[in-house]
Design a protein around this ligand. Structure first.
Ligand code: OFO
Length: 163
């Protein structure tokens, strides 16, 4: 059986992951609207990954005999001024998620919940990857600046995600 405090925190993380999915889907929709179909494809794939992150938590809570309790999601921002602004927001959002995972691990340690601490290690590695991939795109967009050629090429490169 899992401690009530830990259960509440893990349910809160399901909300964070589902909100991540929602936010990236909103970025995808904005990119579609602006004819950046490659950036949109990348964000749609990212959104699916976030649902997987939530579902891993869902599975774990059930395995530990807890109840999954879904929470309300806020309305995400719907438009960004540029691809750089959107990917930079995604990068900062990933840093926020890393902070959430760190807090959960501290909670698990404080409660002596070794199983949850081990379960959360997967998210620690995943966050290193998630921060790195968004930061890499931010750096590329910074290099490109307003070059329409550069944006066209990067949009094409990112369109291959999920193939
Ligand atoms: Fe993007 O890692 Fe989950 O939220």
């Amino acid at each position: 059986m899992i401690a009530e405090k830990m259960l509440k925190a893990l349910n809160g993380q399901i909300r964070e992951e589902m909100y991540s999915a929602y936010l990236y889907l909103s970025m995808a929709a904005d990119f579609e609207d602006k004819n950046f179909s490659g950036f949109a494809q990348w964000m749609k794939e990212q959104s699916k990954e976030e649902i997987n992150h939530a579902m891993k938590l869902y599975g774990y809570i059930n395995e530990r005999g807890g109840n999954v309790e879904l929470q309300a999601l806020g309305k995400p921002q719907g438009s960004w001024d540029s691809p750089l602004k959107a990917f930079d927001a995604a990068y900062h959002h990933e840093q926020h998620i890393t902070g959430c995972i760190d807090k959960l691990i501290k909670e698990a340690r404080d409660l002596g919940d070794n199983a949850t601490e081990i379960f959360l290690q997967w998210y620690v590695s995943e966050q290193v990857e998630e921060e790195d991939q968004t930061d890499t795109i931010v750096q590329k967009l910074n290099m490109i600046k307003d070059s329409s050629n550069g944006l066209y090429m990067l949009d094409r490169e990112l369109s291959h995600r999920g193939e």
